[in-house]
Design a protein around this ligand. Structure first.
Ligand SMILES: Cc1ncc(COP(=O)(O)O)c(C=O)c1O
Length: 450
């Protein structure tokens, strides 16, 4: 497949897609046959997941994610871990106490499969208060085990073999994994930095979007604010996605877990709030990023009742329900926007600290408008291979990041996708760490410029 001829990673006629199930059943290691496969079985889904997420090695063995590899590296070397995106300070004590109170009050048996009524109501109120969306808490909301489960069960319910699911590229790794679980084909649309206007950061390639969405598109899975680039899609980009979905009768699934974490004059707009879109959009979010309780895994989705019914049908046999004390705490927390507002304000300061430090160290920096990640380019420092740079960064500067190529697809020959090659020298760093930690990281990174 020529990526010059097919700049959009949409499979041309007869050409295999960017991400597809593993081409042939592979043993788990050179010596051990795959114990999960019965005789005559076609490729097992787990292999498709391993393939789509880059975990399947050439010899058929399965590796660990780059996040796990980099965390091991950070622990072994004592480097500052700016690779994994979770806060080093828990959310407010008052919210933590609400969960403790809920345990003491006896909320310790199965919660209802849809989620406790107080949380479903709080989610519907939140969507009305912030975005003017009308959501019925009884038929249009489902509480999930984090956004991760919401994404997986939505895709499993709504897509299958023969369908195409379109995402942005780079993409959050669980998106690729969930698509692979469904057996659908993953089609990607790149986010690009315009060399003539780098200050705008990574923007949607609208021509590529138009080329990628077609009659086989079942779902368009959008993530904004976007991990890893920090892009907050603007009105024009959101409208282009909505138009493509309407034209081809596709459902939009949006991952909005960073909805509160936007900076400067950026504004998060849910696609569901665009004209005609509420009926064809499943909106996903979670409390992990918003309140700095990522381990609680309280997530949710909402959408039109017929889609929520379809998703509930799958979800009730995955986890059924989880974490009732945490659901009680988040039901209360969601009524007050001041906690995420304060978090966003301190994150903006921390973003500036890290971005300025990376620039001083010689990286090219795309300043993010949302999330808690920044993408930095190692090319100006002579590091063309971001993955290689990440493996050496603990020794060079005592800091750990993750290569952006880990958020990209692969070509049909197993090599990097066009976007992965385009972004080969980029590294993602998180700034959701305490200021002294970031200051120390910035000082250490200064070693790269000498
Ligand atoms: C874009 C995106 N979606 C979903 C998640 C996972 O959300 P949760 O922890 O609620 O499952 C993450 C976590 O990093 C993320 O970055």
């Amino acid at each position: 497949m020529s990526f010059v001829m097919h700049p959009v990673n949409r499979p041309a006629e007869g050409v295999p897609p960017v991400s597809q199930p593993a081409p042939a059943p592979q043993p788990t290691s050179a010596s051990a046959p795959d114990p999960t496969r019965a005789a005559g079985d076609v490729t097992s889904r787990w292999q498709a997941v391993a393939h789509a997420t880059g975990l399947q090695r050439a010899d058929g063995t399965v590796g660990q994610t780059i996040f796990a590899e980099m965390t091991v590296l950070a622990n072994r070397t004592g480097a500052i871990n700016l690779g994994q995106g979770y806060p080093d300070v828990d959310g407010p004590d008052a919210i933590r106490e609400l969960a403790v109170d809920a345990i003491r009050a006896g909320h310790n048996q199965y919660a209802p499969g849809d989620g406790i009524p107080a949380l479903r109501t709080a989610i519907a109120d939140h969507q009305r208060r912030r975005y003017g969306l009308t959501v019925d808490p009884d038929s249009e909301v489902l509480v999930t085990t984090g956004a991760t489960e919401a994404i997986a069960v939505t895709l499993l319910a709504l897509a299958g073999p023969g369908d195409e699911v379109v995402t942005l590229e780079p993409f959050y790794d669980s998106h690729a994994a969930s698509i692979a679980m469904t057996g659908a084909t993953h089609v990607t649309v790149p986010l690009r930095v315009d060399p003539a206007d780098p200050g705008r950061g990574f923007r949607l390639d609208r021509a590529a979007l138009r080329a990628a969405v077609g009659p086989r598109t079942r779902l368009i899975l959008v993530n904004s604010p976007h991990n890893p680039t920090g892009t907050v899609l603007d009105d024009g980009e959101l409208s282009a996605i909505a138009q493509a979905a309407r034209e081809h009768d596709a459902i939009v699934v949006t991952d909005e877990v960073y909805e509160h974490l936007v900076f400067d004059d950026a504004r998060h707009v849910p696609i569901a709030s665009l004209p005609g879109m509420a009926d064809r959009t499943v909106t996903i979010s979670s409390a992990g990023k918003t309140f700095s309780f990522t381990g609680w895994k309280v997530g949710w989705l909402h959408g039109p009742a017929h889609l929520v019914t379809a998703i509930r049908t799958v979800k009730q046999f995955v986890t059924y329900s989880s974490g009732p004390p945490f659901q009680h705490a988040i039901a209360h927390a969601l009524t007050d926007d001041s906690v995420p507002q304060r978090l966003a304000a301190t994150l903006a300061t921390r973003r500036d600290l890290l971005c300025e430090g990376l620039e001083r160290a010689g990286f090219g920096v795309s300043v993010p408008r949302g999330t808690y990640f920044v993408v930095a380019d190692g090319a100006p420092l002579g590091h063309e291979d971001g993955a290689e740079l990440c493996r050496r960064l603990p020794e060079l500067a005592g800091v750990v990041g993750v290569p952006v190529s880990a958020f990209c697809g692969r070509a049909s020959d197993g090599g990097p996708s066009a976007t992965a090659r385009d972004l080969a020298s980029r590294v993602r760093f998180t700034f959701v760490k305490r200021e002294p930690v970031l200051r120390e990281a910035v000082e250490r990174l200064g070693a790269l410029s000498v």
